[in-house]
Design a protein around this ligand. Structure first.
Ligand SMILES: [Fe+2]
Length: 246
């Protein structure tokens, strides 16, 4: 899914977070780990008691660990820097048990999305897909993503442009599918702005639910859909592609 500027929202204000998907900010989203520590809140206290090898994180535990880690790593937005950021965030996210479902909205058939409060510099989008529901392939141009499966199964495909990429071209180009992954509970899929940066979702027969932990690194711009054309000759998953802007 695709991030938008949640941090600028006022309570109750709605924003489009994905092509055609609008959610409403329902509470303040800035929760710093230092605030947990200073206030002695249960999240951090519990994190200190956790058995690192066995206990699942509750959402507050996740924030207490992930916010300072993310703040420390987010500045380096090179491909390698983003890898380090995304893997670090993913390593914490996979410890999550379930996460409370926020109020969600549906802006396309069978797809629902909302946001869990907290997160800095990232926002935590929470999505649910009905059986067979799809989110079309789209590039992430300004924000990277850790997608975490919480329930069910969803096929996640990632793509990259082969050679020089041009977000505005109206001409066909070549894309390659870099990842095709059945994402299940506890699994992660990473979108780096320089790697695997297009993704699309197709829910399995039981539907799916998960998180998109998204971090905006660049200025927000209009983002297209990726339209896949015919497969190209050869053994690899390469296709003709075009961008489609609304
Ligand atoms: Fe996305």
């Amino acid at each position: 899914m695709q991030e938008r500027e949640f941090e600028a929202l006022k309570l109750g204000e709605a924003v489009e977070v994905e092509r055609g998907v609008v959610v409403e900010r329902r509470s303040f989203l800035t929760v710093a780990a230092s605030a947990f520590a200073a206030a002695g809140l249960p999240g951090l206290a519990r994190a200190g008691r956790l058995d690192e090898s066995a206990d699942a994180f509750e959402y507050e535990d996740f924030l207490a660990e992930a916010v300072p880690a993310a703040k420390a790593l987010v500045a380096d937005n090179s491909r390698g820097g983003q890898d380090r950021y995304l893997f670090a965030l993913a390593a914490i996210a996979v410890r999550l048990g379930d996460v409370p479902q926020p109020k969600m909205r549906s802006n396309s058939p069978g797809t629902y999305i909302g946001a869990n409060e907290g997160g800095d510099p990232f926002v935590v989008l929470h999505w649910r897909l009905d059986p067979g529901a799809r989110i079309g392939i789209h590039p992430h141009i300004y924000g990277n993503v850790v997608t975490l499966g919480l329930e069910g199964e969803v096929l996640v495909d990632n793509y990259e442009v082969e050679g020089e990429r041009d977000w505005l071209t109206k001409q066909p180009f070549v894309v390659r599918r870099t990842v095709s992954q059945w994402l299940t509970r506890g699994g992660v899929n990473l979108v780096n702005l320089e790697r695997n940066y297009c993704h699309g979702f197709t829910a399995g027969p039981n539907g799916a639910r998960g998180l998109d932990i998204t971090t905006r690194l660049l200025e927000r711009v209009d983002s297209p859909s990726l339209v896949l054309g015919k497969p190209l000759e050869g053994p690899c998953a390469r296709f003709e592609g075009t961008w489609k802007y609304d």
